[in-house]
Design a protein around this ligand. Structure first.
Ligand SMILES: [Zn+2]
Length: 330
C-alpha cells in the first residue's frame, strides 16, 4: 500500500523489459537458476499525474548486450524478432540501468503489465552484483485493468486491453518500448474512463513496495490421494509467514475445482490472499502448491467473484462453456 496520497505532479514510470533465456541442458559455468532471464531491452514511458489524468512526458529506450546468454533463444526470437546481431549492438546492462534510473528521477511510482518485470530486474541487479533495491512502489496494471473492465478476475494480455479500449495500434507488440507505450495508454484510459477517486483508491491500495517480500510459496510432496496432498500444505495457511502468529480467517479457504481461495488476517501484518492449487505430476500423483501474498484490491475482487461462484455452483464451480480461442493466460 502506498504510504502517501497521489498528488498533481507525481510521476509514473510505465516500464517493460525483454529478456533472453538460457538453453535447457547447456553448461554455462554458473548456477542458471540465479539468472532465469538476462535483460536485453528496457523500455519506459514517463507520465505525470495532473488533475485526474496522466500526461506523457518522455520515452526511454535501451537495447542491452547480454553478457551471459549471448545467443538468442528461439522462443525469445519468435516473440521479439531480435537476432544475435541485434543483441551484440546493445550497451552494457550497468550503463542502461544507470540511464533508466536517471530517467525515473526521485520518488517515481513504477507501473507495468504483471509483476514479472520488477522481479526480473531485481534478479539481474543481484546477479551482476549491483544494488537490487529499487526504492520505489510498483503498480501492476494487469489486475488494475481487470478491476476497471468487465474482465474481473481474469488475466488478460496487453493486446487484449489495447483492443478493449480501442487504442490505435501504431507499432508491433513485444518490444519493451512499444509494450511500455501501450501499457501507459491502458493506464491513461483507466484514469480517463473512471471516477478519479476510485482509480486513485485502487492504485494506492494495490501498489506494492518493490523491495519487500510480498509472496510466500510452498509445494507439497506428491501423494496418491487428493486429500493427502491438500493436508500436506494445510499448515502453511494457518500462520503468518512474516511473524508466525496464527491467522484469523476473514474468508475461510474454500475450494472450487482444483483451487482453493481464502483471505487471512494477521494482527501484525494485515491481510493475506491465500490460494492452493491441486496438480498432478507425470507419475499420476497429486501434489498441492500454495501461495500466500499481501492482499491487494484485485485479490479481494478475485476472492469475492470465486466466492460468489462457489455459493452458486459449489465445489464443481460454474459449468464449463466452450472457450473462445483468445489469449487468456489464467
Ligand atoms: Zn504477521
Amino acid at each position: 500500500m502506498l504510504s502517501r496520497m497521489i498528488k498533481d505532479g507525481d510521476v509514473f514510470i510505465v516500464f517493460d523489459l525483454e529478456w533472453n533465456q538460457p538453453f535447457p541442458g547447456k553448461e554455462y559455468g554458473f548456477d542458471v537458476s540465479k539468472l532465469s532471464g538476462e535483460i536485453i531491452e528496457i523500455g519506459a514511458v514517463k507520465m505525470v499525474y495532473s488533475g485526474g489524468t496522466l500526461i506523457p512526458n518522455g520515452v526511454f529506450s535501451s537495447d542491452i548486450k547480454p553478457a551471459c546468454y549471448k545467443t538468442i533463444h528461439y522462443h525469445v526470437k519468435k516473440v521479439t524478432h531480435k537476432t544475435n546481431a541485434d543483441l551484440a549492438k546493445g550497451e552494457p546492462f550497468g550503463d542502461a540501468y544507470r540511464k533508466f534510473r536517471e530517467f525515473c528521477g526521485e520518488d517515481a511510482i513504477l507501473a507495468g503489465w504483471s509483476n514479472s518485470d520488477t522481479d526480473m530486474l531485481k534478479t539481474n541487479l543481484k546477479f551482476f552484483g549491483m544494488d537490487d533495491r529499487l526504492g520505489m512502489y510498483f503498480v501492476d496494471v494487469q489486475p488494475l485493468f481487470s478491476v476497471f473492465s468487465t474482465e474481473k478476475g481474469r488475466q488478460r494480455s496487453v493486446e487484449f486491453a489495447v483492443e478493449y479500449f480501442g487504442i490505435p495500434i501504431e507499432e508491433s507488440f513485444h518490444s519493451a518500448t512499444s509494450d511500455a507505450k501501450y501499457t501507459a495508454k491502458i493506464l491513461q484510459n483507466i484514469f480517463d474512463r473512471n471516477k478519479t477517486s476510485e482509480v486513485l483508491s485502487v492504485i494506492s491500495t494495490s501498489a506494492v513496495n518493490c523491495d519487500m517480500k510480498r509472496e510466500f510459496t510452498t509445494v507439497g510432496a506428491p501423494c496418491d490421494h487428493v486429500s493427502q496432498a491438500l493436508m500436506l500444505v494445510d499448515g502453511f495457511n494457518s500462520r503468518c509467514p512474516v511473524c508466525d502468529r496464527p491467522f484469523d480467517a476473514k474468508i475461510k479457504p474454500f475450494r472450487i475445482r482444483k483451487s482453493s481461495y481464502g483471505l487471512l488476517s494477521c494482527p501484525n501484518d494485515g491481510e493475506f490472499f491465500a490460494r492452493t492449487r491441486l496438480k498432478k505430476n507425470k507419475e499420476g500423483k497429486f501434489y498441492a502448491s500454495s501461495v500466500l501474498r499481501f492482499a491487494t484490491q484485485p485479490d479481494y475482487f478475485l476472492v469475492a467473484s470465486k466466492r460468489e461462484e462457489y455459493e452458486k455452483f459449489g465445489i464443481e464451480g460454474k459449468p464449463a462453456v466452450k472457450k473462445e480461442p483468445e489469449s487468456d493466460s489464467e
